[in-house]
Every structure is written in structure tokens, then in C-alpha cells.
Ligand binder design. Structure first.
Ligand SMILES: Cc1ncc(COP(=O)(O)O)c(C=O)c1O
Length: 388
């Protein structure tokens, strides 16, 4: 039997591993499973994007190894979009690099920036890759809680007490998964001065910036001086339904991106060129495509919220992301147990809050990535389960 290295012992089991077993059993017993747990959009990318992928796949030469940083045309298009959307000016030359999805960038950033044993500030609850990226590179995680009494923002005074000389970086994510909290520029300003004071790099993971109803969420790079210490990650996964294409980008501080490029040039060999051309097309058709997508999520968000209202469950009133985050009724206190029982009984799969961290316990996450009728059926069955 293989003896895994010590650092692997710190890697928690895959969030859905236990659920997968239960789902398999439920399927075998003839249940139709409705998955409203995963943030895996059911909708297609725009037709133009698909057409561009097919068209360019036939062009001789696209099979060659692509450039490590991404094709210049895509980096220029990203610079154009970042300025149009956020008013942020970036050099395509050294302040933008294309990634194999935001997850890949996050995974390699700790390795690129920290020595073994350096500390990283990681949100709890949070996207699980934040912590595994630190564990893989033998870093030390300092969790900071995102609690509802603080409106799911970090408590900077509390964090200040935990800091030490080896605290090197902080990962944040607004609009937030799983809490759905949207930040404003005022918070980003406070955070930038806090991290400047303590010489901490900021990694802002921002894949949900385009899914909102009211005010558009900001980029942290809008804050003056942000580029001195911060990078921001964007993704084509949720905004354009291109999650399987595996493409995103990192932008901001040139030195951080350069450091990341050292890891990347020694790990991967770029992204298949037609996928990059398809990504250029996605940014080109943003104005035609994204508002319709927002409307779909707005409608689905209301469906889930209405069922929760009928049950008197206290969901967090947000207008962003592709999730609804809600406190469980007081009768239930173990989110994983609750979710497993729900699958067994009703074949409905939702996200257990505890899977995102200690402060996620007591909550569950609904994903809006099923067609309206299926989402409704799932919520109907969920309601029956709670009322049973
Ligand atoms: C907060 C957060 N960051 C990153 C990702 C991954 O994005 P990508 O598909 O670009 O790797 C996800 C996916 O669910 C996410 O929720």
C-alpha cells in the first residue's frame, strides 16, 4: 500500500465523497436525483462562442503548444474588458495572465509566493481549494471567520491579533461563495490599507462578479494602490457557462503574476488555442449574453427564496452568485447529516454548510444551476422533507 506523505494527511476528504456513495445507493433504489448542490451551470455558452471554438479548431497550427501567458489577443481583450467594466487599466504585457480556470491559479499562488511554513489567511467558510492550496505547499493556514453577525465580512481587528511576521497572504472572495455576500468598494479600501500596513498580499477570487441583480459588484483593483499588493482572479466558468472549457485569468500586481508564471511554465503548457479564441468571443458578446443570464438566475433565486419563505427559513438576502445560503431551522444542527438524509429520503442533493468550514455549520447552500421546473421539483421535495 502507498504511504502518503505527511502533508497529504492535512487534505480533508473531498466534500462530496460521502454524499456520492449515498447518491449511488439512492439511484440504485430507483430515485431520480436532483442536484442543487454543485455550482455547475446547466446552461450552454453563447452560440457564437461554440461556433468560434469549432471554427478555430479546424485551423492548421492550433495544435501547437500555446503561449504560456495566453495569446496576446486574449490578454488585450481582457484589458479592454477590465477597463470597460471596472475602469481598471492593466498592461496586457505583464499584468494579465491567462489561467486554466481560477482554481488552477489559486492552487499555485501559495507555492509561488510563500516559503514552507509561511502563514496564509483563509476564509471560513470558503471555497475548499483555498485551504488545500496552502496544505499542498506546506504552508500554515490561519482561518478567519465569516460570520453573519459581521455580515459575512472579515473582522479585521480580530485578524490583526492573529498576525505574525510570517503571515504572507490573504485570500478573499466577494461576491462570496458560499455566503453570497457582496462587498462594496469601502470594504475593499479598508482591506487594502490593512494589508498594506501589515505587508500582506491580497488574492481576490472574483468569479461571480457578473452575476447580480442590483448594483454591480466592484473589482478590488478599483482601489487606488491596490495593484501594489493585490491580484484578482476572474473566470469564464459562471459568467459564460464555459466551466468545462477551463479558462480564466489573473490580473493586477505584476510581480505576483511573474512569480505565478514561474510555477505555471514548469507545470502546464498553456490552454488549447481554440478555447482562448472562444474566450475572446465570449468577452465580445458580453453585452448580448450576460444580461439574459442574470435574468435567469434572478428568476431561479426567487423560486428558491419563495420556498424557504414558506418554511420560514432565514436565507441570506443577496442578489449575487448562483447560490442561496440559508440558516437551517433550529431543529437541525448537523448540516452533513441533514443533507444525507435528504438524499436518502427525497433524492435531492444540496450543499452542507459544514463542508465549507467550521462557521458554515448550521447552514446549507442551494445552487441555481438546474432548469426552473427541476429546481421547483427539488424545492418541493425539500419542503416535504422539512415538514415530515
Ligand atoms: C469561489 C470560487 N472560486 C473559484 C472557482 C473555480 O472557478 P474555475 O472554474 O474558473 O476554476 C469556483 C467554482 O465553483 C468558486 O466557487
Amino acid at each position: 500500500m502507498i504511504k502518503l506523505p505527511e502533508r497529504m494527511a492535512g487534505v480533508p476528504p473531498y466534500l462530496y465523497a460521502e454524499m456520492d456513495k449515498v447518491i449511488q445507493q439512492a439511484r440504485e433504489s430507483g430515485k431520480e436525483i436532483i442536484n442543487i448542490a454543485h455550482g455547475d451551470p446547466d446552461l450552454m455558452p453563447s452560440q457564437e462562442v461554440v461556433d468560434e471554438l469549432i471554427r478555430t479548431a479546424k485551423v492548421p497550427g492550433v495544435q501547437l503548444y500555446p503561449p504560456y501567458w495566453g495569446v496576446v489577443e486574449l490578454r488585450e481583450k481582457i484589458a479592454w474588458w477590465m477597463e470597460k467594466r471596472f475602469g481598471v487599466k492593466l498592461s496586457p504585457e505583464n499584468e494579465i495572465m491567462v489561467l486554466i480556470g481560477a482554481k488552477e491559479g489559486i492552487t499555485h499562488l501559495y507555492t509561488a509566493l510563500c516559503d514552507r511554513g509561511d502563514y496564509a489567511l483563509v476564509p471560513d467558510p470558503g471555497y475548499p481549494t483555498y485551504k488545500t492550496s496552502v496544505i499542498f505547499a506546506e504552508g500554515i493556514i490561519q482561518y478567519f471567520g465569516l460570520r453573519q453577525e459581521n455580515d459575512f465580512l472579515p473582522d479585521l481587528e480580530e485578524i490583526e491579533e492573529k498576525l505574525n511576521k510570517r503571515t504572507k497572504l490573504m485570500i478573499i472572495n466577494y461576491p462570496n461563495n458560499p455566503t453570497t455576500k457582496k462587498s462594496d468598494l469601502a470594504f475593499f479600501k479598508r482591506l487594502i490599507s490593512f494589508c498594506q500596513k501589515h505587508r500582506i498580499y491580497i488574492i481576490h477570487d472574483n468569479p461571480y462578479s457578473e452575476i447580480y441583480e442590483g448594483e454591480a459588484p466592484p473589482s478590488i483593483l478599483q482601489v487606488e494602490g491596490a495593484k501594489d499588493i493585490a491580484v484578482e482572479l476572474h473566470s469564464f466558468s459562471k459568467t459564460y457557462n464555459m466551466q468545462g472549457y477551463r479558462i480564466g485569468w489573473i490580473c493586477g500586481n505584476a510581480e505576483i503574476i511573474k512569480a505565478l508564471s514561474i510555477v505555471k511554465t514548469n507545470t502546464d503548457s498553456g490552454i488549447f488555442l481554440p478555447i482562448q479564441f472562444a474566450a475572446i468571443k465570449a468577452l465580445d458578446v458580453y453585452d448580448e449574453f450576460v444580461p439574459g443570464l442574470r435574468e435567469i438566475y434572478q428568476r431561479r433565486r426567487r423560486i428558491v427564496q419563495e420556498y424557504l419563505e414558506k418554511l420560514d427559513w432565514q436565507y441570506y438576502p443577496s442578489d449575487t452568485t448562483i447560490y442561496v445560503w440559508t440558516k437551517m431551522d433550529k431543529r437541525f444542527n448537523d448540516s452533513m447529516k441533514f443533507v444525507i438524509e435528504l438524499i436518502k429520503d427525497k433524492g435531492v442533493m444540496i450543499g452542507p454548510g459544514a463542508g465549507y468550514g467550521r462557521y458554515g455549520e448550521g447552514y446549507v447552500r442551494f445552487s441555481l444551476t438546474q432548469p426552473d421546473d427541476k429546481l421547483r421539483t427539488g424545492m418541493e421535495r425539500f419542503m416535504q422533507f422539512v415538514n415530515s
